[in-house]
Design a binder for this molecule. Structure first.
Ligand SMILES: [Zn+2]
Length: 220
């Protein structure tokens, strides 16, 4: 019962952060030298145990975009954060037990509100890409930063998510030698479909100032 109350309290606390938040030039996102975003009204820090050391912390060259919603198609609520913290309440929804035993994370989650949750230092390896390949290099987790967008392949992403993503991308590029952005679907095409057709790569290219040649080919 104590555990149950704790979970409910955590859910309330996190939902409180679902209120619209603005990420804008007035309050830029700053990454500290340990790879964590500095305190900011739009940022929540939730360190995940699902991370380890990269083979080389100098070789962080790829940004990987994903989507996630738990249960699929439902937004808000604590389940994504709880999954990445290995604290998921499998009894909360009949779909969730299939995730038992999964140990995953991403560096960041951008919620529908534009809130950014950071789980792993950018200098460490998060477990988001799985079996994957980019330009002939396997194990993209070794050299990438993973960003989850709360969403689905076919639900348009929220305005506020594009704004937060664009700001976050700027901030990450100022510290790491990122030279490409890929979707999970591009580095693991046999297994994955995210972020899906709902992600507007042209808009992202424009707003976050990425040359098209550094983004996946054949995206609209
Ligand atoms: Zn993914």
């Amino acid at each position: 019962m104590v555990l149950h109350r704790t979970r409910k309290a955590r859910a309330r606390r996190l939902n409180h952060h679902d209120a619209p938040v603005l990420v804008g030039p007035a309050q830029p996102l700053v990454l500290d030298r340990h790879g964590w975003l500095k305190p900011h009204p739009a940022v929540l820090r939730a360190p995940s145990p699902n991370a380890d050391t990269r083979p080389s912390a100098q070789d962080i060259c790829l940004l990987v975009l994903h989507n996630i919603s738990l249960p699929p198609g439902e937004f808000g609520g604590p389940h994504i954060i709880d999954l990445f913290l290995n604290q998921l309440d499998f009894g909360a929804h009949p779909w969730l037990p299939r995730l038992k035993g999964l140990r995953v994370s991403a560096h960041f989650l951008i919620r529908r509100s534009g809130q950014i949750v950071q789980f792993v230092s950018t200098y460490d390896r998060a477990w988001h890409a799985g079996v994957s390949c980019f330009e002939g290099r396997e194990r993209c987790n070794d050299f990438s930063i993973g960003i989850e967008l709360e969403g689905t392949d076919y639900t348009p992403y929220d305005e506020r998510q594009y704004e937060a993503l664009s700001q976050l991308s700027d901030t990450l590029r100022s510290r790491h030698p990122l030279r490409a952005v890929q979707g999970h679907e591009h580095i693991a095409p046999e297994r994955k479909t995210d972020p899906g057709p709902s992600f507007d790569w042209d808009r992202f290219a424009r707003e976050a100032n990425w040359p098209r040649r550094q983004l996946p080919p054949n995206c609209r």
